[in-house]
Design a protein around this ligand. Structure first.
Ligand code: ATP
Ligand code: MG
Length: 402
């Protein structure tokens, strides 16, 4: 295997996180993590190159020190309001005389599905096969080796602004790293937190970060809709700071400790000048926090209602990202979606410490999962093992490199 060491780089709005994993005989195991505050990003996009580079360098250096290895190839997360998704379908004739579907046919049909009307300043980030159709037989996961003359694919296509993506990649490069590929962040978070059965039944993943809330909807095993809402947990902090007339630091602390809790409690916060304290109740706090959380989650719901066909069954909501830790958020999400809600912790990888089993690390860990077995020659063979999510990215990575 070419990439023994795999590295994920999540440049979030609030923190940059680098995760190093080794793909050994025991499977994928995390050997190093590094974190640093991010100052150069706003709502998922770079607003200050130098600051962003510093964050990447700091997080990466920490991860390298912990792992005791040096690396330079990373899989990079991308998000922001510029991302769009759509589904497409393409068809090709199976090429060989023996009418047996080959890896080359699969590559050709996925490539054909990438032919969409795209303005010149946008590029395709993913073309994830949802399922194949061979001679009219729908719902084929892996068509390679099947007999047939006509191969179709349904793909989930994710596109983004070329300049926003280039800015992220510039920072990565100037921090001395090479981007092996880019992954839309909620897809990475899903890889770390969702179980295959959930994706099969139908599930909505919401990654509530500092500056964005990323959405990924899965049905019948694959992503059918992805989006970003440019609102995250940071706005709650400024709402609380304004509402209780206290500093951002104090507001952040109150948010994390009490958030939208239903428990009745009184608490003190320092006044803005820091000289006195004032008493407030959790009822007052709820009046500030709940409307904003409702608003954000309703925006997500609205996007899903507008873009996901009505006949798609959705059984559950999974919340991840730092914002998923807000006390009381599950109840608010249940109210909005009318579905069971759980908090998704990254737990599908070895070598995790307790500290890393927290929702804010779902993206970074998921990026590593995406890169697992990321050898382009292996791409289609990985697909044959039916490891769908990873395999799809293998194909995408392979496509990117050819
Ligand atoms: N216990 C908690 N309760 C409420 N909010 C929390 C808690 N812990 C962290 N947060 C919030 O989570 C947010 C950060 O989450 P995360 O680290 O996932 O974001 P990010 O990846 O840096 O940003 P983004 O994904 O938007 O680019 C912050 O707004 C922070 O206040
Ligand atoms: Mg994030």
């Amino acid at each position: 295997m070419k990439h023994e060491t795999l590295c994920g780089l999540d440049i979030g709005t609030t923190k940059t996180c680098t995760v190093v994993a080794v793909n050994g005989s025991a499977g994928l195991e995390i050997v190093g993590v590094g974190e640093a505050p991010t100052l150069g990003m706003r709502k998922g996009v770079v607003v200050d190159l130098e600051e962003t580079i510093k964050s990447i360098e700091a997080a990466t250096e920490r991860a390298e020190r912990m792992a005791g290895i040096h690396f330079n190839e990373v899989i990079v997360g991308i998000t922001g309001d510029h991302i769009r998704s759509t589904n497409n379908r393409a068809v090709v004739a199976v090429s060989g005389d023996d009418r047996e579907v080959t890896p080359g046919d699969v590559r050709r049909v996925i490539d054909a599905s990438k032919i969409i009307n795209l303005p010149s300043d946008r590029q395709i980030i993913h073309a994830l096969p949802r399922y194949f159709t061979v001679d009219g037989q729908e719902g084929v996961n892996d068509p390679i080796g099947m007999a047939g003359g006509r191969l179709e694919v349904d793909t989930h296509i994710v596109t983004g602004s070329s300049s926003f993506i280039t800015n992220v990649l510039k920072c990565v490069q100037r921090a001395g790293l090479e981007a092996l590929g880019v992954v839309f962040e909620p897809l990475a978070s899903s890889a770390a937190t969702l179980m295959q059965e959930e994706k099969q039944v139908g599930v909505v993943l919401l990654d509530i970060g500092g500056g964005t809330t990323d959405v990924a909807v899965y049905s019948l095993g694959s992503a059918i809709y992805t989006a970003t809402i440019p609102v995250g947990g940071n706005v709650l902090t400024s709402d609380i700071s304004l509402g209780l007339k206290t500093t951002l630091a104090e507001a952040e602390e109150v948010k994390k400790r009490l958030g939208a809790t239903e428990k009745e409690e009184r608490f003190d916060v320092r006044t803005l000048d820091g000289r006195a304290t004032r008493e407030h109740s959790t009822a007052e706090l709820r009046q500030i926090v709940v409307p904003r959380v409702l608003e954000t989650l309703r925006m997500a719901k609205q996007k899903i209602v507008e873009n996901v066909p009505r006949d798609v069954v959705l059984g559950e909501i999974v919340l991840t990202g730092g914002g998923a830790q807000l006390p009381g958020i599950e109840r608010v999400a249940e109210e909005v979606f009318g579905l069971p809600v759980r908090v998704g912790l990254p737990n599908t990888i070895g070598g995790l410490t307790d500290a890393m089993t927290a929702p804010q690390y779902a993206t970074a860990i998921g990026l590593v999962l995406f890169g697992a077995n990321g050898d382009r020659e292996d791409a289609l063979r990985a697909g044959r093992r039916g490891n769908s999510m990873v395999a799809k990215v293998q194909r995408w990575l392979a496509d990117l490199w050819t």
